[in-house]
Design a protein around this ligand. Sequence first.
Ligand SMILES: [Zn+2]
Length: 168
Amino acid sequence: MVSIYLSSDPVLFGIVTFSFFLLGLCLGSFSSAVGYRACHGESWIFGDKKTEAARSKCPQCGHQLGFFDLIPLLSWIFLGGTCRYCKAKVGVLYPFLELVSGCVMGGYFFFLSGEAHPLVNSFLFAVFLPFVVASVVAVVKCRGRYPVSLGIMGLLSAAGMVGLSAVF
Ligand SMILES: [Zn+2]
């Protein structure tokens, strides 16, 4: 039903495609942080503190990053690829991965999600995408040492995909 409605309405199709692009940006941002933290032996959610969910920090000056420092892609562009606080360069890897992740997610919905269940297929894909992005960061940042915790994340996301596709 939804898919027939989607494909017959180009505006709606465009809006949903763009929404998946935005979802991909956010997933890319989140999973880059996960990959970075896994490499540094930190908890995915809590960072190097063990008590409360940590906001991301600048790896150079350690300043906690605020909401406007963490908007995928846009923060990097508007801050000119530097930290707002210490002006240290922020590598192009993160915005690049965010953009790629956004394009892959939007492109997946647009081209590959299929006629029958495009929304379901795209959400299943969204379960797996963070693992791929986190793995790329880990491979680049860990210099040959792949964190075990990310392997577990891969198994969990594969299990999540299989479980969800059984439900739908
Ligand atoms: Zn800084």
